[in-house]
Design a protein around this ligand. Sequence first.
Ligand SMILES: [Zn+2]
Length: 418
Amino acid sequence: MKTAALLLALVSAVVATPLSLFDNAQSPLGDFPTTYPGFDLDLSAPRLVQLDGQDEPVTMTELEKIQAKVRGIRFFDVTETPDLGSLAHLRAVQKPSYPAPNNTQAVRSIIDTLEIQNLRDGLDKFTSFRTRYYRSETGKESQRWLLSKITEITEKFASDSLKDEISIQEFPHSWAQSSVIVRINGTSPTDDGVVVIGAHLDSTNSWPFLPAPGADDDGSGSMSILEAYRGLVAAGFRPERAVEFHWYSAEEGGLLGSQAVARAYEGRNVNVVAMSQYDMTAWVKRGTREQVGIITDFVDPESVFQSMFAVVLGFSPSSTHRCSLTEYNKKLVELYLNIPWVETKCGYACSDHASWRKGGYPSVFTIEATFENSNHGNIHSANDRYDISDEFSFEHMLEFSKLAVSFAIELGGWKKAD
Ligand SMILES: [Zn+2]
């Protein structure tokens, strides 16, 4: 608690004078409004926050939380989900295994149909809202637009029989902007597994009342997985296991939306066998090689607990050997993408996959580049636009759509009727 108190002192230093909030930050933001029409954000509201490197959550105000984020401190806001992961230890010993990808023909036939123009059109609209901040009216409008776009795609591209197997739902939160969950039912009567493909629909400026087009963070991931969904339903995808597409609200508030969803799934004992997060899929920094960043920290590992359990039960190493979901994801990149993967790390709780991991579910995270070469210069500002630089690449985004298609087919399973 001592270090927590120190850290709090650090983040509290500016609280008395909100207008100097960003004096030491990179962005010279000028005068900061402390309200804006359509915002429902109380800067003095108390929040329970689990900070990077701290065992116990600490209480801080919304303003202190925003300040911590500006300083690059990563956290879960656990105010509404303090018990997420209370059953995670039970899940650790029954982790699923992932057989080698083998549905090559089906995957390739769909990734050939994915279209860059759809990514452009979708992102153009999605970034036209002043901000997609989760406690703003325009944030709610942007979420409603996404919901209507998914509905339109489903109406247009899914066959009547497939439509009967698809549900499109808002997952409500205590704030106005909902998360969006789209489910394609599985055909298997015995396999209750669920494969989840996720992105976050909200955006933020470092100072939340300011504009945040959020083209890369995370408009890019949101549109990459939407195009994957379109390609799959247009091809009549009928997975054996249920496949779900999630667009989370309030990632920028401390993974609030994804924690709420993961908590609900944990409470219903939903068998999520694999979760893959797409957050920032567009940026190819000048002078760097185009790659897919595979995050290797705070993702699905071969847990120490699992290894010990196997030893205790007397399993031989070979019979318990399991390809981690991260290794599996690399194989998909090798098989189906035009660019190679590179391992990278991003630190504690850096996107919504962390909420699933906290719930004990296998989850992975892929990003546009190594963490160092991703789009740090523009995100969380009014400059997070797709026309800011030719480093913003729709071709690159499409590679992630391919990855999402292959993840859905290879892990969801699909016996195509000829
Ligand atoms: Zn993000």
